[in-house]
Design a protein around this ligand. Structure first.
Ligand SMILES: CC(C)(COP(=O)(O)OP(=O)(O)OC[C@H]1O[C@@H](n2cnc3c(N)ncnc32)[C@H](O)[C@@H]1OP(=O)(O)O)[C@@H](O)C(=O)NCCC(=O)NCCS
Length: 326
C-alpha cells in the first residue's frame, strides 16, 4: 500500500513587517539582516489572531485541496512551539474549530522547525497501519512569543501556517522515504528555558522578560543545521535508491539563506533546484516547509513526476527529511 500527500494548504497573515521597521525597535539595519540571513520581510499575525486561527485556515485549504471534507479526517497532528495555550494542546482547538469528528488529535511540541516533517513521517505510518487520513499542520506565531528587544533573535522569525493531508494511495505526491532523528546532547544550543518545571514562570522572571528569551548559539545552530539536513537528505535518497541528480526540487526549512546555500552546496544541487522564500517570510518554524512546498507548487516549480526532497531541522536537536514523487 502506498501513502501520499493528498492536498496542501497555507495561511500567511496579512501584515508585512520589513527589516527597516525592525530598525525602529532594535539596533539593527536592513543591510545587516539581509546580508546575514537573506530575510527582507516577514508576516506578523493580527492582535486578534491566535495559533488555532492560522492553523484552521491552512487546514481548511489542505482538506479542500485533497477533494475531501473535514468528515473524512481521521487524525490531526499539530506541530507547533507556539501553542494557543499550554494545556490543552492546540490540536484540541483545531479539532473543534474545524468541526472534525472526535478523532485522535495531538500536538508535536518543542521539536522546533523540524516538527512538520516529523509529523508527516508519523502520519505516514498511521495511515499505513490504520488506513487513516491524517491532517498534519505546522503553525507558528513566533512573533508573539519572542523578545522584541533581542536583536539576535527577533529579526529572524515570522508567523505562518501550512498543512497537508496524508492518506492511502499515491495522492498528489507519493511518500517514498522518510528519515527523522534527535541528538539531545545539543539541546543547549536552541531553546526557551523559562516556563517549565526546571525554571517555572514567575512574576520576577516575567518582569525581566526571561519568559520570552530564546537561547540561541547562532553559529552552532548553523553548523548542526547544515550537517543534519544534508545527512537526512542523503539517507532518504539512499532508501529510495535514487541520486541527488534525480531530484527536481529541494524544499528545505527556511531559516537563513546562507544555510540554504550551504545545504545545496553539500548536496551538490544547483541553486535553482533549492526552493527559497525565506526573503519573504523569515523563519516560520514548523510552518516553513509546508508553506514553501505549497508555494513551490503554486508557482509551477513542481510538475507531475517530479521527485521533491523536504528537509528540516530544529531545537532538540531534531531533524527530518522526506522524499516524495509528485
Ligand atoms: C544568527 C546568525 C544570523 C548570526 O550571523 P553570524 O554571521 O553568525 O553573526 P556573527 O556571529 O558574525 O555576528 C554577530 C554580531 O552581530 C550582532 N548582531 C546580532 N543580531 C544583530 C542584528 N539583528 N542587527 C545587527 N547586529 C546584530 C551581534 O550582537 C554580534 O555582535 P558582536 O560581534 O559585537 O558581539 C547566524 O548565526 C545564523 O543564522 N544562525 C542560525 C540561526 C537559526 O537558523 N536559528 C533558527 C533555527 S530553527
Amino acid at each position: 500500500m502506498s501513502v501520499g500527500l493528498l492536498g496542501l494548504g497555507a495561511y500567511l497573515p496579512e501584515r508585512i513587517m520589513t527589516n527597516a521597521e525592525w530598525a525602529e525597535y532594535v539596533d539593527t539595519s536592513d543591510e545587516w539582516i539581509t546580508s546575514r540571513t537573506g530575510i527582507h520581510r516577514r508576516r506578523v499575525a493580527a492582535a486578534d489572531q491566535n495559533t488555532a486561527d492560522l492553523a484552521v485556515a491552512a487546514a481548511e485549504q489542505a482538506i479542500a485541496d485533497s477533494g475531501l471534507t473535514v468528515a473524512d479526517i481521521d487524525e490531526i497532528i499539530v506541530a507547533t512551539d507556539t501553542p494557543e495555550v499550554y494545556i490543552p494542546d492546540t490540536a484540541s482547538f483545531v479539532q473543534t474549530r474545524l468541526g472534525a469528528r472526535e478523532v485522535p488529535a495531538y500536538d508535536l511540541g518543542g521539536s522546533g522547525c523540524a516538527g512538520f516533517v516529523l509529523g508527516l513521517d508519523i502520519a505516514r505510518s498511521r495511515a499505513l497501519a490504520n488506513d487513516r487520513r491524517v491532517l498534519v499542520i505546522g503553525v507558528e506565531l513566533l512573533t508573539r512569543l519572542m523578545n522584541w528587544q533581542d536583536r539576535n533573535t527577533c529579526v529572524l522569525f515570522g508567523d505562518a501556517a501550512g498543512a497537508a493531508v496524508v492518506g492511502a494511495g499515491p495522492g498528489m505526491a507519493e511518500i517514498l522515504a522518510a528519515n527523522a532523528g534527535t541528538d539531545g546532547t545539543r539541546s543547549d544550543i536552541l531553546g526557551l528555558e523559562v516556563g517549565g518545571t526546571r525554571m517555572p514562570f514567575t512574576e520576577e522572571r516575567a518582569r525581566q522578560g526571561l519568559h520570552k528569551e530564546i537561547v540561541m548559539h547562532g553559529r552552532e545552530v548553523f553548523r548542526e543545521a547544515v550537517r543534519r539536513m544534508t545527512a537526512a537528505s542523503m539517507d532518504v535518497l539512499e532508501q529510495a535508491g535514487v541520486g541527488i541528480e534525480d531530484v527536481a526540487l529541494v524544499v528545505p526549512h527556511q531559516a537563513n539563506q546562507r544555510i540554504l546555500d550551504a545545504v545545496g552546496d553539500r548536496l551538490g544541487v544547483p541553486p535553482e533546484k533549492v526552493f527559497v522564500n525565506v526573503h519573504e517570510y523569515g523563519n516560520t518554524g514548523s510552518a516553513s516547509v509546508p508553506v514553501a512546498l505549497w508555494e513551490a507548487r503554486a508557482q509551477g516549480r513542481i510538475q507531475p513526476g517530479d521527485l521533491v526532497l523536504l528537509t528540516a531541522f530544529g531545537a532538540g536537536f531534531h531533524w527530518a527529511a522526506l522524499l516524495v514523487r509528485f
